[in-house]
Design a protein around this ligand. Sequence first.
Ligand SMILES: Cc1cc2nc3c(=O)[nH]c(=O)nc-3n(C[C@H](O)[C@H](O)[C@H](O)COP(=O)(O)O)c2cc1C
Ligand code: SF4
Ligand code: SF4
Length: 261
Amino acid sequence: MNTVIYWFTGTGNSLKIAKDIAAALGDTTLIPVAKAVTQPSIDPKADAIGIVFPVYMWGMPLIMSDFIKKLAINSSAYIFGVANYGGNKAGTLLQLDRELKAKGLKLSSSFGIKMPGNYTPMYGAIAVEKQQKFFIREQEQIKEIAETVKARKTNKVASDNFLVNAILSSFIYPNGSKQIPGSDKKFIADSKCNSCGICEKVCPVANIKMTAGKPEWLHHCQQCMACLQWCPQIAIQMGKTAERKRYHHPEIKVNDIIIQK
Ligand SMILES: Cc1cc2nc3c(=O)[nH]c(=O)nc-3n(C[C@H](O)[C@H](O)[C@H](O)COP(=O)(O)O)c2cc1C
Ligand code: SF4
Ligand code: SF4
């Protein structure tokens, strides 16, 4: 009954969820998506396969589509998907379902988990006490996910209502997500930067190169916010972020992010 869970994260919420599901299931291997996609094809030969990732612009991070294209697993595999999000997941898991179907695979069960938001260009981190409420609810949902996966149950693809899915996921995401790779043109490193190089290390897709002691963004960005959130000097800005509180999951450490690629 072994399980493999693939995870992608910028600020640790997805990794925490993946770790918690692994602990509840037992006999589970965790593999970062950012490493897996560098392989020519992906075939974990596991009884069950989990896919855990954040919602970006009401759809999947672009790297998740690259990952799914490389899946070479048995069509009878039990696959479960977990999308975590700060506000609305909309039709993100319907997208996962569609992209798996295009590969002849089936999304057997899916779940949305609301976690503290990390999109600092729009808002700062919520208060620690409020974050705790999300984490308590996450623990309850992990039990439900583990029970479903252990029993190999299927469920209806988790999504919002038809109108929300149509506007946010079917209309905004397909056009908006095309802007994501080049959106790093809006990042700057301000005068607080001390050339430590952590931003380069945490970037899951090697989109940062240190040039003359400062980060240079290479325009194949995922917008995961890892560079901005994990900079120890709070030196990376995008728009009006200078005064906004940074966020990362309190149980996930910078090294957990660094090992992702
Ligand atoms: C570029 C970007 C876009 C986002 N878009 C959405 C969104 O459409 N809906 C939503 O509910 N949350 C959105 N979020 C919030 C994240 O989905 C949420 O904070 C998630 O838990 C982050 O997971 P991570 O810590 O594993 O990176 C977005 C975050 C980023 C960085
Ligand atoms: S992590 Fe921050 S301080 Fe370190 S090099 Fe990058 S921008 Fe500069
Ligand atoms: S450059 Fe920053 S936001 Fe873009 S993928 Fe790398 S760490 Fe994430």
